[in-house]
Design a binder for this molecule. Structure first.
Ligand SMILES: C[S@@+](CC[C@H](N)C(=O)[O-])C[C@H]1O[C@@H](n2cnc3c(N)ncnc32)[C@H](O)[C@@H]1O
Length: 402
């Protein structure tokens, strides 16, 4: 059963919960608004905490970081208010819609499970659906097929619209695609009060604009599974609710990114590549330090770089920042420093990452409070286990009856 605002008491609950999180995040900002890649022990870290962290090996850090129960076991004593502010959201029961195989021909298993799970949680026979930032529109297809619902799918990539419209016609589904940039073009002509808006994994600005536009149109219902909170135009987070607008917390894009940093769900190979990436990025920093230069972030690159040669990566990094790659003889020393730097980084991240979920909930509750104030009844739950997708918070809003 989702955390729901059906009664006056629970109505207040979201506001209280948000406020508690706000206070914890503000009071303990020295533990999470930091750059673990660069930092020594911050002054705010008590000596007992530093002593504990210094006992952890890299393998310990990886294990603890991926386990909420180990996090609690090691750190609840240091951060009692933080752990007290983290009641678990109820998990939606696993769904089985028994759909025909041909509906899921060009989609990965995990994504398909997320989609069918969401469809099972939010569907209602024949209710019109507005699929926001539809991608290939798989969710819309399921809604149209299973609930016999007319679906309008808004999507920015023309090729996805064309291919998916063709597919929908082949399957005889009532699904129409509209090629539109929802951030820059008017969406009002497509939104109707009888619709339910669905936004699965719409990033930062996209899910916030979805919420605002659904309210403007008075949509009957809205279901959001937000992701990538940091993908936004503005340099700082722009709160939606009255409460969050008054908060002393200012969130940069780097802060917002913390909410979506999690240990990998992509298996052993992806985890190994990620470790190599962290080590090589540390090496980049140690190399600059040795040259007496400031830290400059390296842009994101494809994972394939980290199954290749270190020398190629350094040549790339040097070329990006007009530096000649270090001589080969310097590499063993740089690698050793990078290893030490990475261990310090992972120990700091152990603490910083305790604040990931609280920050995500702060952001989701900002949306919830905003929607509640517009006359909607809200429920929050976990769509699925984090192994299926760590971006699993499901916010449902239903327009209250007059
Ligand atoms: C992460 S995907 C999610 C797709 C789908 N909802 C799903 O969960 O499979 C985000 C989608 O938003 C689309 N998108 C990004 N910016 C957009 C914009 N400004 N207007 C409309 N769609 C946009 C992308 O093209 C992409 O298909």
């Amino acid at each position: 059963m989702p955390v729901c605002d059906a009664t006056a008491g629970v109505l207040l609950m979201f506001a209280r919960w948000w406020l508690t999180l706000d206070q914890v995040l503000l009071q303990q900002r020295d533990f999470w608004q930091l750059q673990p890649m660069l930092a020594a022990w911050p002054a705010a870290f008590p000596t007992e905490l530093v002593a504990l962290l210094e006992r952890f090996t890299l393998a310990d850090c990886v294990e603890i970081d991926a386990s909420p129960s180990l996090q609690r076991q090691h750190f609840a004593g240091f951060f009692p208010q933080l752990f007290a502010a983290l009641p678990e959201l109820p998990r939606e029961p696993a769904a089985d819609l028994s759909l025909p195989f041909w509906l899921s021909t060009d989609i990965g298993g995990r994504k398909w499970q997320q989609i069918t799970q969401l469809a099972a949680c939010v569907g209602q026979a024949k209710r019109p659906v507005l699929e926001w930032c539809a991608g290939k529109g798989h969710l819309g297809k399921v809604m149209s097929f299973y609930y016999d619902a007319p679906v309008l799918s808004l999507e920015w990539q023309q090729n996805l619209c064309d291919a998916s419209q063709h597919k929908a016609q082949q399957l005889g589904l009532q699904q129409r695609f509209v090629h539109i940039d929802v951030l820059r073009q008017p969406v009002a002509p497509y939104l109707q009060p009888e619709q339910q808006m669905l936004a699965l994994h719409a990033c930062g600005d996209l899910h916030r604009v979805a919420a605002r536009e659904a309210m403007r149109a008075g949509c009957a219902a809205l279901a959001l599974v937000p992701c990538c909170y940091h993908l936004q135009q503005a340099a700082q987070y722009q709160p939606l609710s009255v409460q969050a607008k008054q908060s002393g917390l200012t969130l940069s894009k780097a802060d917002l990114r913390l909410a979506v940093q999690q240990s990998c769900t992509g298996g052993e190979r992806v985890a190994r590549l990620s470790q190599t990436e962290m080590l090589w990025r540390q090496l980049w920093w140690q190399w600059r330090r040795q040259l007496g230069l400031d830290y400059q972030p390296l842009r994101s690159v494809g994972k394939h770089w980290f199954s290749g040669e270190l020398s190629d990566f350094l040549a790339f990094a040097g070329a990006e920042h007009q530096l000649a790659p270090p001589a080969e003889a310097l590499l063993p020393d740089l690698l050793q420093r990078a290893g030490q730097g990475l261990l310090q980084q992972r120990r700091l991240e152990l603490v910083q990452h305790l604040f990931r979920r609280p920050l995500e909930l702060w952001l989701v509750l900002d949306l919830a409070l905003y929607l509640q104030a517009q006359g909607y009844q809200i429920s929050l739950s976990e769509l699925c286990a984090p192994e299926l997708t760590p971006r699993n918070v499901l916010l449902q809003a239903v327009r209250r009856k007059e």
